[in-house]
Design a protein around this ligand. Structure first.
Ligand code: C2E
Ligand code: CA
Ligand code: CA
Length: 779
């Protein structure tokens, strides 16, 4: 607002000064008038310079103002010079401004227009600008020829011969006029600011004055110098006022930017000024030359051509614009489609519950990485006890728990690997880099640590833990399935060690074992029994630790792969049904061993044999047992059948019948793995068992800080006592466990503390020879 007010004040000062000067030119003596002119010009120059200074730098036409200011200053210089001549010579007659001043001022004005042109050329349609300029140039030349030179070639020669300054001034004037015209004509859209219009018209006015002066000189008219001076000062005042107006508008969007030579608003009638002014000047008798209709028709033809070409150019510009618009629309559309495709792909790639990758996309990524022959590392993460959570608390809670697991996984992963949900409670992480065992161990430990804090959901608190199987690729793997299988086998191993454990796949011991079906194949080979051996783990009576018997445990030393743990191959054998054959072999071996012990040592050792539920299901099982007894001559009274507690849950009539038949033959029956999670004390009264084997997990819980473990063991022992069932603790590894068991009244003990499973020969050496005679077998 302040700037606007200052501009208005400056304009008023300029106008007042100019009016004073105009009046003094009429009434006052020459030197005073000249002084006023100089003052007005200096002021105009200073203002124009200010316009240049204050205009923002982004406005590239601002340099034209410094040129205008300079031209104004030089014109003032010219005035001073003529004033000095007046004062020196003392005569009153007005002296004309020197020609070189004209030339200089015109040069600067032309320079100012070049600056504006440059800006126009960089922003406007080039072809249209060229057509406009060419038309104006030809029209101007026609004008010059017809009016200025009066269609007389000799006058051109005269001007050229007389004074080069004059010729150059004429050319520059022509340029300035053309500049103004082309500007006005080329504006096809946008409104030209009045200030700019004033400025350009004033500059053009000055150029016209110069031309007029040259014309009068050329055709020997007396020069009305005073009038020309006043008009010149008027043009400079006009330029300065125009500049100030531009300054006021500098806050608003740049007027030039809005003005364009694109758009169909016809400015062509402006061009008619040329033939019209020729006609007017002819009418005013300005020039003695006569103009024929042909003279006009040239101009009119040119203007018509200009109109025609411009129309064509503008239409093609419009077409181009539409094309560009359409292209842009298509691009926007394509982008939108691409975005939607991306969103859809995400949906198909993502697991909806956890927003992790789903199994399908994970396997794709895995296969891609394998195709690119990148070394890989893989983790399979399984949520412990999830199925129990899901069935006890319902699927809604289950989903929440899974989300929580996913959240912790994401936090832990921090973008290092590709995280996916593979199944209900299985997750996987793929690293596209080889990680060493130490790195994998670190990763797994970090992940385990994330699950130390329990998860609170409503009133429930979940102790979450995960089991992890890790795989590091050390050699090329053929298929993604093989890779996953390796990690899966490591996970199985981890799981078999209990909750919250991790295991790194060991290619040496697990070579090819990863493939379950391969094991099944190996087990089904005829003569595989040759690779089997029974080990015997001693069982002792408490508290005196007298040897009472042994459990037979199967060992498989495969020719191909060496030792394979029963915890690994027995579930596979059960799955494939091979356990029936294997179990028969075990029974025969155990029966034979029992016979051998009876013959060689005459010691009534009880030998336990593990019998799979699958064997019991076989209709011919009892017959097999009878045949084996007959074949080997074994005494069932020296044999104990171990049946896992899961069998109790089934509680079928057939099972009861099988148990009764076995007992009828003379075998005793033990419930194996009692307390490992399925059966409760209630089952004990329903089945005719002779002994229960307290699972290792129960024995482990004896020493845990939670007192409930000992309570559970105590109640099982008490209940068994009431029912008259013998008890044996499995997996006793520590003296404290044994002491507690003794104090609670447990009958027997089996475990590494007292003896590990060993081959028969070693068993004899270690546990039979040089040991006290076994006590009477209590069951
Ligand atoms: P199980 O019947 O519960 O056998 C006891 C397992 O605990 C044996 O593992 C034994 O080595 C181990 N063990 C004994 N004392 C300790 C101890 O103090 N600490 C620890 N950490 N472990 C101890 P093994 O021999 O690896 O057998 C694993 C499982 O394989 C057996 O569990 C049984 O379910 C199955 N199995 C073994 N032999 C046979 C068999 O001939 N037939 C059938 N059907 N299953 C068998
Ligand atoms: Ca057992
Ligand atoms: Ca057991």
């Amino acid at each position: 607002m302040g700037l606007k007010r200052v501009c208005i004040r400056m304009t008023v000062v300029l106008l007042v000064l100019f009016c004073l000067y105009g009046l003094s030119a009429l009434f006052l003596p020459e030197p005073l008038t000249e002084s006023l002119a100089v003052l007005a010009l200096l002021l105009a120059s200073a203002y124009l310079f200010q316009v240049y200074r204050i205009l923002p730098e982004a406005i590239d036409t601002r340099y034209s103002y410094i040129l205008l200011a300079a031209s104004c200053l030089i014109w003032a210089g010219g005035q001073v010079q003529s004033l000095l001549i007046v004062l020196q010579k003392g005569h009153q007659a007005h002296t004309a401004i020197p020609e070189y001043t004209f030339l200089l001022v015109n040069m600067l004005l032309a320079g100012a227009f070049v600056v504006v042109w440059h800006s126009l050329f960089t922003r406007r349609n080039f072809v249209q600008l060229l057509v406009d300029n060419l038309t104006i140039l030809i029209l101007s030349l026609l004008f010059l020829w017809q009016i200025f030179f009066r269609k007389d070639a000799s006058s051109i020669a005269r001007l050229a011969a007389g004074n080069t300054t004059d010729l150059m001034t004429l050319i520059l004037d022509l340029l300035v006029c053309m500049g103004v015209f082309q500007w006005i004509v080329s504006v096809r859209s946008g409104q030209m600011a009045p200030s700019i219009l004033l400025l350009t018209v004033s500059a053009n006015g000055f150029a016209l004055l110069s031309i007029l002066q040259l014309y009068m000189k050329l055709w020997n008219y007396p020069l009305p110098t005073s009038l020309l001076d006043v008009l010149s000062v008027a043009t400079f005042t006009g330029m300065a006022i125009g500049g100030l107006g531009r300054l006021c508008a500098s806050g608003a969007p740049q007027p030039l930017a809005k003005i364009s030579n694109v758009g169909l608003r016809g400015r062509w009638p402006v061009l008619l000024i040329f033939p019209a002014s020729i006609f007017m000047l002819f009418l005013l008798n300005f020039t003695p030359t006569t103009q024929t209709p042909l003279d006009y028709s040239w101009s009119l033809l040119l203007i018509f051509l200009h109109w025609l070409i411009s129309r064509y150019i503008q239409l093609s510009i419009e077409n181009e614009r539409l094309l560009a618009l359409e292209k842009q629309n298509t691009a926007t559309l394509e982008q939108r489609v691409a975005e939607q495709v991306k969103a859809l792909t995400r949906l198909t790639q993502e697991d909806s519950l956890t927003s992790l990758w789903n199994r399908h996309s994970f396997i794709q990524a895995l296969e891609q990485a394998m195709d690119e022959e990148e070394p890989l590392s893989l983790l399979l993460v399984d949520v412990d006890r999830f199925k129990i959570i899901n069935s006890s608390y319902g699927p809604v809670a289950g989903d929440e728990v899974l989300r929580e697991v996913a959240r912790r996984l994401k936090e832990w992963n921090a973008g290092r690997g590709l995280l996916a949900r593979m199944g209900a409670d299985d997750f996987a992480v793929l690293y596209r880099e080889p990680l060493s065992s130490a790195q994998l161990t670190n990763l797994c430990s970090e992940l385990m640590a994330r699950f130390q804090t329990p998860y609170k959901l409503g009133n429930n608190q979940f102790e979450l833990s995960v089991s992890i199987g890790a795989f590091e690729q050390t050699e090329p793997t053929h298929s993604s399935g093989q890779l996953l299988q390796s990690a899966e086998s490591a996970l199985q191993q981890a799981r078999s060690q209990g909750y919250g454990r991790f295991q790194i796949f060991d290619p040496l011991t697990n070579r090819d074992l990863t493939n379950g079906s391969r094991i099944e194949l190996m087990l089904s080979k005829p003569g595989v029994e040759a690779e089997f051996q029974l080990y015997y783990q001693p069982q002792f009576a408490l508290p005196g630790l007298e040897l009472v018997g042994a459990e037979s445990l199967l060992r498989w030393r495969s020719a191909e792969h060496g030792f394979i743990a029963p915890g690994y191959f027995i579930p596979l054998a059960e799955k494939s049904g091979m356990i029936v054959q294997i179990g028969t072999w075990v029974l025969r071996e155990a029966f034979l061993q029992s016979v051998e012990w009876r013959h060689t040592h005459l010691k009534p050792l009880k030998l336990g044999v593990n019998v799979s539920p699958l064997q019991l299901d076989q209709p011919g099982f009892l017959d097999t047992v009878r045949t084996l007894l007959a074949e080997t001559g074994a005494d069932p009274a020296a044999l104990d059948i171990e049946i896992t507690e899961t069998v109790m849950i089934r509680n079928t009539g057939e099972m009861q019948a099988v148990f009764s038949a076995l007992r009828g033959m003379g075998f005793s029956i033990s419930v194996d793995d009692f307390g490992s999670g399925y059966a409760s004390l209630g089952y004990l009264s329903k089945f005719p068992f002779d002994r229960i084997k307290l699972d290792k997990s129960l024995i482990d819980s004896l020493l845990s800080p939670v007192a409930s473990g000992a309570l559970v063991v105590k109640s099982i022992l008490d209940m068994s006592k009431t029912l008259g069932i013998c008890t044996i603790a499995e997996g006793v590894e520590k003296q404290e466990q044994m002491d507690l068991l003794v104090s609670m009244g447990c009958n027997q003990l089996q475990g590494y503390l007292a003896g590990r499973p060993v081959p028969a020969g070693e068993f004899r050496r270690l546990f039979i020879q040089g040991r006290p005679q076994p006590v009477k077998i209590p069951y």
